[in-house]
Ligand binder design. Structure first.
Ligand code: HEC
Length: 391
């Protein structure tokens, strides 16, 4: 009985906070990919039923009112929604960044240019490796050719361990290069706290959602791009182009790990901040006691507290969408994202294989094996087909 109440409550909350939880369910997809002994099409994989896991507080009105998802079609629909969201460039504030942008290659990122962060976690906003370009393009040659310092082949320039082997002293914990290091100081060729990571969006200020004209459904984010970026993402090459901000895309200060198997991590992110308990709002779990999800009950909008255990992948998935490094411009809110996506055609600008095991059936393709842009439904349609009809 308790399980039922928990499950129903969770179902209700999932329905009502639609986007964050749908994003959270991407974790199920990661598991589906990874749990099988061989890689099979996603439509053959089962989605773990997070309804079975919920320990929600049961104080809200109509607790336990909603049935859990048992219908196989709904589970398939949920996987389709998850896959669409993970790959969809429209999730990004700039209409380009998707989760997959940074997790494309075996769940990680193998892009090579404009992937250097100057070490912002250490308060460093400049690159010494590639001066005079503040965020110099990292070339394939720089990746594959060992850097020669004092006659030693030391490997990639941001590899501090290799530098130390080559005779350098370690940087101070706050990132300050060691003055005692003859290697680092010799030609300033190396910057030990630079990080090779993933490019996200340029720095900007979100203005509003603008409805797409000409019968297209959906909205785009509009923003004012910053003319300069004091966290190290300025770019001298564009300085002479009138009207073009002097910035490049921001780069995450930590490397992108693979998303495959992420659902099995008790915590996610390098520092483990994606909490095992999902609060429905952000990665912080219990650590944000103010986290509340919006609920619509009896004709009224209210708020409710969620605590879903074993859901670190869910806690993680609500982070990037509102990250000003990864996918958006402040101060965009989840309400803005929800408004934008609910009327959007999933993957509207992207090619979808007509043979895609999950999404092929939602394309406008006559011939399997070809491709077509977008799906024939809207996210709103998908959400309605999965979640309780009163929403
Ligand atoms: C701009 C690039 C970028 C985008 C876009 C992005 N990520 Fe990530 N992702 C990262 C980086 C960087 C980390 C590591 C961050 C950290 O540990 O602080 C990460 C970490 C993760 C992890 C944790 C894996 C682990 O082993 O700890 C998962 C899961 C993940 N991302 C999924 C997603 C999902 C889902 C989305 C879309 C909602 C997304 N990412 C969007 C760059 C990105």
């Amino acid at each position: 009985m308790k399980t039922n109440i928990i499950s129903k409550k969770l179902k209700k909350a999932r329905t009502l906070i639609i986007l964050p939880v749908a994003a959270a369910m991407m974790g199920a997809w990661f598991a589906a990919v990874s749990a099988a002994p061989i890689v099979r099409p996603l439509n053959n994989e089962t989605v773990p039923d997070v309804n079975e896991l919920g320990i929600l507080d049961q104080s809200g009105p109509n607790a336990g009112q909603w049935p859990k998802i048992t219908n196989t079609d709904k589970k398939r629909d949920l996987k389709q929604l998850d896959k669409g969201l993970f790959w969809d460039m429209q999730v990004g504030g700039d209409g380009i960044q998707s989760c997959a942008s940074c997790h494309f290659h075996a769940g990680a990122d193998h892009r090579k240019t404009n992937q250097m962060s100057p070490g912002v976690k250490a308060g460093d906003a400049g690159h010494s490796s590639f001066l005079p370009l503040p965020n110099g393009t990292l070339t394939l040659t720089q990746y594959t050719t060992a850097v020669n310092v004092n006659g030693n082949e030391i490997g990639f320039p941001v590899d501090e361990a290799a530098l130390i082997i080559a005779g350098a002293a370690a940087d101070a914990p706050n990132g300050t290069p060691s003055a005692a290091s003859p290697v680092v100081k010799l030609d300033n060729a190396v910057d030990g706290n630079d990080v090779v990571s993933s490019q996200g969006v340029r720095l900007g200020t979100f203005a509003s959602l603008t409805e797409l004209p000409g019968g297209l459904f959906g909205h785009v984010d509009t923003a004012t791009l910053a003319a300069s970026d004091n966290e190290g993402f300025n770019f001298t090459f564009s300085a002479n182009a009138p009207g073009i901000p002097d910035t490049v895309r921001r780069v995450e200060p930590r490397n992108s790990p693979t998303v495959l198997n992420a659902i099995f991590n008790f915590r996610n992110f390098w520092d483990g901040r994606a909490d095992p308990f999902f609060n429905g709002v952000n990665p912080l779990g219990f650590r944000d006691p103010d986290a509340r999800v919006k609920v619509y009950l009896n004709g009224q909008l209210g708020e409710e507290h969620l605590t879903i255990p074993f859901s670190s992948a869910a806690s993680q998935a609500v982070g990037p969408v509102l990250s000003r490094f990864e996918m958006h411009w402040d101060p965009r809110s989840f309400a803005d994202v929800g408004k934008k996506l609910s009327t959007a055609q999933p993957l509207a600008g992207q090619l979808v294989s007509c043979s895609d095991s999950l999404l092929g059936g939602l394309t406008d393709c006559a011939t399997p094996g070809t491709t077509n842009r977008g799906l024939t439904v809207t996210y709103g349609d998908m959400i309605k087909s999965i979640f309780d009809e009163r929403f």
